[in-house]
Write a protein that binds this ligand. Structure first.
Ligand code: HQG
Length: 189
């Protein structure tokens, strides 16, 4: 399988395991797990033909470790990014580094200053330990803006942080008082 084929399958898996499992009749449990054979069969019925070794290859080569396979290969889930109401992953609350980052686009900033960061259609706001990763996420939507989040003050105010299998940090929302704009090469502050 070449990189382009892996990307196509990865996008399909993100769609199914985060957003629309019902589109192939696939049940997910509350923690997001699907039966791998049911996934393979449901996908095949919709014209997406792959086997377990191929699935394993996509999981292992995913740049953001988007998916987790159980050790026995029987179950698979998306690490984070869900919007489907079938899933409510019980992530463990964990103490994050003092600063986390969120990348967004300049056109969203007026709204973010007014409302803070809100999850949109997903279940959480996604934060990164790494400013470069956050900036790359922001670039998907336009002129990128890097925001840093004062997690210590948020924790003092009672906000819980969670970490997904792949290291992405999750929080329900970030009120704007905890946000600051960080200067970058493309955004000199
Ligand atoms: C913005 C990628 C207006 C927010 C990454 C973002 C991530 C607001 C967009 C994962 C707002 C939501 C998620 C407000 C937030 N007003 N806009 N009040 N609050 N926004 O895609 O964080 O490649 O749902 O800044 O690694 O961009 O898909 O979230 O621009 O972990 O595996 O609303 O996607 O992973 O967009 O990205 P998204 P995101 P994958």
């Amino acid at each position: 399988m070449n990189q382009k084929q892996r990307d196509t399958l990865s996008k399909f898996l993100s769609y199914i395991l985060r957003h629309a499992p019902e589109s192939i009749g696939l049940p997910l449990d509350r923690d997001g797990w699907a039966d791998t054979q049911a996934l393979i069969q449901g996908a095949r019925a919709q014209g997406h033909d792959f086997d377990l070794p191929t699935l394993r290859e996509v999981v292992e080569t995913s740049d953001k470790k988007r998916f987790t396979l159980s050790d026995d290969g029987l179950r698979i889930r998306a690490a984070q990014g869900h919007s489907t109401a079938q899933v409510q992953v019980s992530h463990l609350a964990k103490t994050p580094p003092a600063l986390l980052y969120h990348g967004t686009a300049s056109r969203f900033m007026a709204s973010i200053e007014a409302q803070g960061l809100i999850p949109g259609s997903r279940h959480h706001v996604h934060l990164s330990e790494d400013p470069q990763t956050a900036l790359a996420v922001g670039k998907r939507y336009g002129q990128p803006v890097l925001l840093s989040i004062d997690t210590q003050r948020m924790r003092e105010a009672g906000f819980a942080f969670y970490q997904a299998d792949n290291g992405v940090w999750l929080v329900e929302q970030v009120p704007s008082i905890y946000l600051s704009t960080t200067a970058t090469a493309s955004n000199p502050g």
